[in-house]
Design a protein. Structure first.
Length: 240
């Protein structure tokens, strides 16, 4: 792998997922948007917040991110993300599903997550829950307001990655004693998401192999058009 340039970036402390580290989708977006076109990002260590990260750009289009000499993430270009939602819920369906979000009324490992945490009043508010009649599918409404990072009313790309992250945490992973963490996320953005326009977030299960879980997610317009889609790998923490 031929290295051609080195830069640095800092993940904003506001955008945490687990306590004290970055939301996986946001981190993947920050790294993946350094790649030209659709990208896949593998997280190899918890992405730290508020500290400079070294970014290496390589001739093959790949990007590596290090912190204090340790490899944090690797991003690479992909041709696209070949997933299609198994169902396209309405806004009403998605709102109803969000009432069954696993974090309502309890403290969980993700209660303060910028994307889905129920204790966050400055986050994305994507409180996903199981879609009625589809036990392995999550749904939620994402209604970005002016507090969501945007560019002239268009939601910032790294926020699209973040919005695709948490809904892919499908009901099969809901174990408060053994949470799962995002290990890899590939995203393809197909159209813009506008501030003030409601979007349907949907996530579904693909396959599981022991502690590894393959899932997917999409952001849909109110009329069911796919605006962005992602494919994720989650790893359940080992029992202690």
């Amino acid at each position: 792998m031929s290295e051609i340039a080195i830069a640095s970036l800092i993940l904003d402390a506001r955008f945490n997922g687990p306590p004290s580290t970055a939301n996986g989708g946001y981190a993947c977006g920050a790294f993946g948007e350094l790649v030209d076109g659709p990208a896949e990002v593998s997280l190899l260590a918890p992405p730290p917040l508020g500290t400079p990260l070294d970014v290496s750009f390589h001739a093959e289009g790949e990007v590596e991110v290090h912190h204090a000499g340790d490899l944090v993430a690797r991003a690479r270009p992909v041709d696209g993300v070949d997933v299609e939602p198994p169902v396209r819920p309405t806004l009403a369906d998605a709102r109803e599903a969000s009432r069954r979000h696993p974090g309502h009324g309890v403290d969980t490992y993700f209660s303060d997550c910028f994307v889905c945490g129920t204790r966050r009043h400055d986050g994305l508010g994507i409180h996903f829950g199981p879609l009625r009649g589809h036990g392995d599918v999550n749904a939620a409404v994402f209604l970005p307001d002016a507090t969501v990072p945007n560019r002239d009313g268009i939601v910032a790309p790294d926020m699209i990655w973040a919005a695709l992250d948490c809904p892919s945490y499908v009901p099969q992973l809901w174990d408060p004693e053994r949470p799962s963490l995002l290990a890899r996320l590939a995203v393809e953005r197909l159209d813009c998401v506008e501030v003030g326009e409601p979007v349907i977030a949907v996530g579904w299960h693909i396959a599981s192999e022991g502690r590894k879980h393959h899932t997917a997610s999409a952001l849909l317009s109110a009329h069911g058009r796919v605006l962005a889609r992602g494919r994720a790998l989650w790893i359940t923490l080992a029992s202690t």
